[in-house]
Design a protein around this ligand. Structure first.
Ligand code: SAM
Ligand code: SF4
Length: 338
């Protein structure tokens, strides 16, 4: 770092904030039952930051020491011209100012964009796929076609992208498939992360208690078939990993409800309207769109970011039990992108 570099972002608990997740759109071409209601109303386009504004915001964070940028959504690859943004952000990879540019995607558009992602400097991506059964896939996503996702995943593999599969553990839905998922990811050479359902947003059908499957139970089930060796691998995200001896691939667990991961939290989340959430599970947020649009200079924006980081809370308070079946926070996961 040169003597002219601005001071890095350190929160009140001494955690360096070096990871920015950006929801580039709240829209999506699927409607996963745990994520969205079927009849979602989306933001008016006028409220959404332009691609140039998102670039400016991300670049300000890079200036302030962000080393990892993850684009998410909604579905990031359905935003019009999103590849322009991804190519532009790739300059920070080329310059060495950023260690990683990545995205979380549902995979529907990978068949089209996989090669372009690699060219832009993306090296690994997370693809969300909760089942290998086409009927279940359609039921979970309300209308998705599994074939298209599998084709997209193959295209990403062919393009040289490293793939991690995200799988939300859903009681009574995909609990009978976890061994198959581990075996398939092993054959494909993919890591796999299981995610506990988080109580975010009103999804309109069924109580959360019906979907919630603690990963402690899932892990115990895995151990009946696979040898799980502890691993200290960390990706800068919240997952804890084990290595499956029989396949050689990693399996991660994101357990916000049974295991609090806040103490090592190094990330903040930006919505497509320029609102910065300092914690996935808390309501406090900072408006960055106003300082961004106030001036062509980055001064007001950087002041607003620094002020926001002083308010980063120690942790979240997610809880699902019989008394707490409603959302802990009213916004949907698609607003902040998970
Ligand atoms: N559309 C992209 C996708 O599905 O990968 C990116 C956005 S999506 C909101 C990011 C991740 O959040 C996905 O892996 C999805 O399964 C997960 N997710 C969504 N709602 C969730 C919830 N209520 N609890 C846990 N994970 C959730
Ligand atoms: Fe769309 Fe991703 Fe939410 Fe599914 S999880 S509805 S793909 S944003």
């Amino acid at each position: 770092m040169t003597s002219e570099s601005p001071a890095p972002l350190i929160d009140p608990f001494g955690r360096a904030v070096q990871y920015l997740r950006v929801s580039v759109t709240d829209r999506c071409d699927l409607r996963c039952v745990y994520c969205m209601a079927e009849d979602m109303s989306f933001l008016p386009k006028a409220d959404v930051l332009t691609l140039e504004e998102i670039d400016r915001l991300c670049s300000a964070f890079v200036k302030l020491g962000t080393r990892k940028l993850r684009l998410t959504g909604g579905e990031p690859l359905v935003r019009r011209d999103v590849m322009q943004l991804i190519r532009a952000l790739g300059r920070h990879i080329a310059s060495g100012d950023l260690d990683e540019l990545t995205l979380t995607t549902n995979g529907t558009m990978l068949f089209k964009h996989a090669a372009g992602l690699y060219e832009a400097g993306v090296r690994r991506i997370n693809v969300s796929m909760d089942t290998l059964d086409p009927h279940k896939f359609q039921a979970i996503t309300r209308w998705g076609k599994l074939d298209k996702i599998l084709g997209g995943i193959q295209a990403a593999k062919d393009a040289g992208l490293k793939i991690k599969i995200n799988c939300v553990a859903l009681k009574g839905v995909n609990d009978d498939e976890i061994h198959r998922m581990v075996a398939w990811c092993g054959e494909q050479g993919f890591d796999l992360t299981f995610i506990e359902v988080m109580p975010m947003g009103d999804v309109g059908e069924g109580a959360r208690l019906d979907q919630y499957w603690p990963l402690t139970q899932l892990r115990a089930e895995l151990e009946t078939r696979w040898t799980l060796d502890e691993s200290d691998h960390r990706t800068g995200g919240p997952a804890r990993y084990v290595r499956v001896r029989e396949t050689g691939q990693r399996v991660g667990f994101i357990t916000p409800l049974t295991h609090n991961f806040c103490e090592s939290c190094n990330r903040v989340r930006l919505t497509c309207t320029g609102t910065l959430y300092m914690c996935l599970g808390q309501e406090d947020a900072a408006d960055l769109r106003t300082p961004l649009r106030m001036s062509d200079e980055d001064g007001p924006l950087i002041d607003a970011v620094r002020d926001a980081i002083t308010r980063k809370p120690k942790g979240h308070d997610f809880l699902i039990d019989r008394q707490h079946q409603g959302p802990a926070v009213p916004r949907h996961m698609s607003v902040t992108g998970g």
